[in-house]
Write a protein that binds this ligand. Structure first.
Ligand code: CDT
Length: 309
């Protein structure tokens, strides 16, 4: 049997500080057209898809960053994207900075079904970086300053013929991310990212190693939970700050099924057989038969390392 969900990983090239939401949405629409021409059922855009990766910019007054946030979704700037997705009967996911009516700030992604309805929301849980300006770093990464940790857990939605979950960028480095979704039977994880191509605290860690860690994390999460992983970059040089590419689709064996070269806007379309997740889920990663939760207590009981005395 096969259950094909054709997915388009829609990489965005760099977005400069000066670019408007309307300009970015026009680029996203072009990618959606390309995805439609290749019969995609679902299009996935990156983390913080509507703006530059603004957490690299320090504002002493946090409120000065509020103009990067969306106070409603959809809003007039993104409505054309929603309209086209509904017209094409294409599912959609993208990331944005969310400002809630209560004044909370989250790094969010949404899942939109083929009717154009927002059916899922995920708020980034593993926020990387720091709160205060750090003069020791080659560049700032102020996600902990501008966002609160997500408060929605790692849900999975039954939609488009499968079980779909989301996570965002740094979340991909944490096995707990995938396992919590794996325990809900996830068959496809959608993941947008903005990853600087150098480590701000370790000059020697450049593009090659960053890409290696990226692939390692995706492969492990996919294999150990027998799920597809669709990883979508915002890439290239944003106002002098370089973000790596690495848009790829990883299969439930942990193998790279498709990869997009380069750092420009582009779509990577792949027919993903959701039934390819069955073998792993029913054999080596049949959680019900093989997990030993009596030994996993520290994973939820403690945060830091406690060394034996
Ligand atoms: N956007 C994001 O989460 N980026 C991080 C950079 C980590 S370095 C502070 C990532 O994991 O790729």
């Amino acid at each position: 049997m096969s259950r094909i969900l054709t997915v388009a990983a829609a990489q965005l090239g760099p977005i400069q500080k000066s670019e408007t939401r309307e300009q970015v949405v026009a680029r996203m629409i072009k990618l959606m057209d390309q995805a439609k021409a290749q019969q995609a059922d679902l299009i996935v855009y990156p983390e913080l898809a509507l703006t530059t990766f603004f957490p690299r910019w320090y504002h002493e007054d946090r409120a000065e960053a509020d103009h990067w946030f969306e106070a409603s979704m959809p809003n007039p700037a993104v409505q054309p994207l929603f309209d086209l997705a509904r017209h094409y009967k294409m599912g959609m996911s993208f990331g944005y900075a969310e400002l809630t009516p209560e004044g909370q700030h989250f790094n969010t992604s949404i899942l939109v079904d083929k009717s154009g309805a927002i059916i899922g929301k995920y708020r980034k849980i593993h926020l990387p970086g720091h709160v205060e300006f750090d003069p020791e770093r080659t560049h700032q990464h102020l996600e902990k300053r501008y966002f609160e940790p997500g408060d929605l857990g790692f849900p999975v939605w039954r939609t488009m013929g499968g079980l779909i979950g989301m996570c965002i960028c740094n979340d991909r480095r944490w096995p707990e991310t995938y396992r919590v979704m794996g325990l809900q039977g996830v068959e496809m994880v959608l993941l947008g990212f903005n990853t600087p191509s150098v480590n701000s605290q370790r000059a020697g860690e450049g593009l090659e190693q960053r890409l290696f860690h990226h692939k390692l994390s995706l492969a492990a999460g996919a294999y150990q939970n027998a799920t597809w992983v669709v990883a979508v970059a915002k890439a290239g040089d944003e106002d002098g700050h370089h973000l790596m590419g690495g848009t790829m689709i990883v299969d439930p064996n942990g193998e790279i099924a498709a990869v997009l070269d380069g750092e420009a806007d582009g779509v990577l379309v792949h027919p993903c057989d959701l039934d390819a997740t069955r073998f792993g889920k029913e054999t080596i990663f049949d959680f019900k038969r093989h997990r030993r939760i009596e030994h996993y207590g520290p994973i939820t009981a403690q945060v830091g390392v406690i060394e034996p005395s």
